[in-house]
Write a protein that binds this ligand. Structure first.
Ligand code: PHE
Length: 340
């Protein structure tokens, strides 16, 4: 029995040195201390020991068992400690490292200018109204005093979706839609996307407009200019002035083209204003009496003014953008310049 135990001790000690992981440890336990383990097996072999030697042999076996179990406990504690240390090491955070920055987005220049325009007019008591991008011929043309086959239809290169259905060529149908649903006094702003079959450095088949419409008693062209003065000063600076030039739109009479004094050179002449001192920014006029009548508004009692602002045009002027294509290309190098 003594030799048997000595041999087992030597084997166990050799194996113990190779235990490094939880898996090794459980294999060690299986081999020596489980029900079928060799240390446990010693008790069974007591049967073969002569009766008088059994008590002493039993003692020796028990002492060996206690020792083996102690070895197992020590190993287990060691592995536990090593695993905890490894885990702590893996989870260590270096608080001196720079943090990961979250990139923030920015508003598109069109949205910025649109919001800015809305802010100015909202301050004057205008309400916002939006109409559909797909319009019928009636709202887009006919009731705006542009009858079928009228030569003025050529002014806007129209995308037809079907007979009498168009992608709206301007936000002016918003005038009809507000007058259909609201009684004067009316003061609305109609922002939206519009579409024309036209494309070059300053024209895009899809662009944005902002329509303005005021209908009340005694409204004149002077009211339009007064309001636009305030608008361009808010947008381009307190020193700019407006100039009205006669123009033609079928839905306004008289019609005007509105210029601002060049905010780049103060009116002396520079490349931005093509050396004229003035920059064209929008079209407008006094609402044509036929348009009022088409919406059931009595022109003897009410009058109004309307204007249409090209948002891309304002944004290009304001930020010095020379190609309208940049607005829709989504080039981050361009868009990131509008972060504030
Ligand atoms: N709808 C016109 C255009 O797109 C602009 C305009 C609006 C003119 C309102 C007069 C009055 O060209």
């Amino acid at each position: 029995m003594e030799e048997k135990i000595a041999a087992l001790r030597a084997e166990l000690e050799a194996d113990r040195a190779a235990v490094h992981t939880k898996e090794d440890l459980s294999a060690f336990w299986q081999k020596y201390l489980s029900k079928n383990g060799s240390v446990t097996g010693l008790t069974k072999s007591l049967r073969d020991v002569p009766k008088e030697e059994r008590p002493a042999a039993g003692k020796t076996i028990n002492a060996f068992k206690v020792w083996a179990e102690g070895e197992y406990q020590a190993l287990s504690a060691e592995i536990e400690k090593a695993e905890l240390a490894a885990r702590n090491k893996a989870e260590t955070v270096d608080i001196t490292l720079p943090g990961t920055r979250r990139e923030t987005g920015a508003l598109h220049p069109i949205t910025r200018v649109k919001n800015e325009i809305i802010d100015v007019f909202a301050g004057m008591g205008f309400e916002i109204f939006e109409g559909p991008e797909i319009e019928d011929d009636d709202h887009n043309f006919t009731r705006l005093n542009v009858p079928k086959n009228h030569p003025a239809r050529d002014m806007q290169d129209t995308f037809y979706v079907a007979e009498d259905i168009v992608l709206r060529t301007h936000t002016s149908p918003g005038q009809i839609r507000t007058m259909d649903t609201h009684k004067p006094p009316i003061k609305v702003l109609v922002p939206g996307r519009v579409f024309r079959s036209d494309s070059d450095a300053t024209h895009s088949p899809m662009f944005h407009q902002m329509e303005g419409l005021v209908v009340d008693r005694g409204i004149t062209l002077c009211d339009l200019q007064g309001m636009l003065d305030k608008f361009v000063q808010a947008l381009f600076g307190a020193d700019v002035r407006t100039r009205l030039r006669p123009s033609y739109f079928p839905f306004t009479e008289p019609s005007v083209e509105v210029d601002v004094s060049c905010f780049e050179c103060g009116g002396k002449g520079c490349p931005l204003c093509k050396h004229t001192g003035w920059i064209e920014v929008l079209g407008g006029g006094v609402v044509h009496q036929n348009v009022l009548r088409n919406c059931g508004v009595d022109p003897e009692e009410y009058s109004g003014f309307a204007f249409g602002i090209g948002i891309e045009r304002i944004a290009m002027l304001k930020y010095g953008i020379n190609n309208i294509g940049l607005m829709t290309e989504n080039d981050l190098r361009f868009l990131k310049q509008f972060k504030d």
